[in-house]
Design a protein around this ligand. Structure first.
Ligand code: ACO
Length: 370
């Protein structure tokens, strides 16, 4: 028997727009190429949350609000200390953000909660990371911008301007991407009028899967496996021959190169060690050639993870923090989708098609009374 029902509230958003055929991404109607060159991360937070580019006073206010919210509440502090230090950071994030008492509550999420979420996520990552490495926590610095302060909390000293700017560009480019799998998970949870903490925990659960945000570090594993530019073709072939996917290539939506990949290639070139960047370029060329040969009918291009990984490595972010850093970047997008879904006031339910057996009697057997 085939039956179907229409979904509700599943496919409308005005936060970011993706045209996979032309390779266009816009935040609130502004092309990502312009956004990343002109707006600091704090302005992108304002843009995603409100729909408009903040003027100078509003940007300064958001910057100040984010800076002064960089801390974790005492209950989260206690929970953090109770987690085994070996807990993967993305799981620790899910636990700590998912249990933050002031991100819960019966009311629709507020602007203050969105800002708390965005400001606290990097603190949580840095704390979990330094604890795992048995290093003392680095207190957040209110006088640094978002990206610089994240690096300082992770690494223990104030980063160079070049590194902070490179990371900021990465954060801007990853801040939203339509109704991706993780954003969809967040939207489903909030559409039931559940709370922000539960929705972010669900989104993090979806994000950590390797087909979404869970495996950007595998790009570096690929580069390490290849080892040197002259081994690019052979290395790529051996990955494909053992049936593995080439991480950093392919996308469910883009049929041309992801515009973020194009931008990140340029930004990574500015900060990566020249030999590392050359290796990445040679592996990319080999990978694209091999994928074209194997799947001539299926356009597979470089995705955001590829040069994203090269850039993160160059700014000194350890590979186990690539997925958590993606999550940090995505918080303003999740906050904007949370706001949108709450305003839509529609329960999200996917369309479904029943493809099981038609109604039929149970096999013969004794009747059971209740
Ligand atoms: N390496 C090798 N083969 C690939 C790759 C790849 N990177 N991507 C797709 N293919 C192959 C698949 O094996 C599949 O072959 P089949 O038809 O014989 O099964 C064919 O191309 C089509 O693949 P789909 O899974 O239909 O592609 P889809 O568009 O659904 O998936 C995805 C996109 C999941 C990103 C895929 O390209 C992939 O696994 N890439 C590698 C992992 C990766 O880079 N993930 C990050 C994605 S970007 C992001 O979310 C931030």
């Amino acid at each position: 028997m085939a039956s179907s029902s229409e979904g509700t509230g599943i496919d409308e958003t005005s936060v970011s727009g993706i045209d996979g055929a032309s390779g266009t991404l816009t935040y609130r109607g502004y092309r990502i190429e312009e956004v990343v060159r002109r707006l600091p991360y704090e302005s992108v937070v304002g843009l995603l949350l409100t729909g408009e580019v903040p003027g100078a006073p509003a940007e300064a206010e958001t910057r100040h609000e984010l800076a002064t919210r960089r801390r974790v509440p005492p209950t989260t502090e206690r929970l953090l200390r109770a987690l085994p230090p070996s807990t993967p950071v993305v799981d620790g994030m899910r636990t700590l953000l998912g249990a933050m008492p002031d991100l819960g509550g019966p009311d629709p999420p507020s602007r203050a909660q969105f800002l708390d979420l965005i400001a606290r996520a990097p603190v949580v990552v840095a704390r979990l990371h330094r604890r795992a490495r048995r290093r003392p926590a680095v207190p957040p610095a209110a006088d640094l911008g978002f990206a610089a302060s994240y690096l300082a909390m992770l690494q223990g000293d104030v980063p160079t301007l070049e590194r902070a700017r490179a990371l900021e560009r990465y954060l801007v480019l990853l801040a939203d991407h339509g109704i991706s799998a993780s954003t969809f998970a967040l939207r489903v949870v909030l559409s039931t009028r559940s709370d922000l903490a539960s929705a972010v925990a669900a989104a993090l659960g979806a994000l950590k899967g390797p087909l979404h945000g869970g495996a950007p570090s595998e790009v570096l594993d690929l580069l390490d496996e290849v080892g040197s530019p002259d081994r690019a073709d052979a290395g790529v072939r051996s990955v494909l021959e053992r049936g593995d996917r080439l991480f950093g290539f392919g996308h469910p939506v883009y049929r041309v190169e992801d515009p973020r990949a194009t931008l990140l290639r340029g930004f990574a070139r500015e900060v990566a060690a020249p030999d590392r960047f050359e290796l990445a370029e040679r592996v990319e060329v080999a990978a694209l050639r091999a994928l074209r040969e194997r799947r001539p009918g299926r356009p597979l291009h470089t995705n955001v993870d590829y040069y994203g990984a090269v850039l993160l490595e160059a700014v000194g972010i350890p590979r186990e923090l690539f997925t958590p850093t993606f999550a940090v970047a995505r918080m303003p997008g999740w906050a904007a989708h949370a706001r949108e879904v709450v305003e839509l006031r529609r329960l999200v339910r996917p369309p479904e098609r029943y493809v099981g057996p038609a109604p039929r009697p149970l096999p013969p057997g004794p009747e059971r009374t209740a």
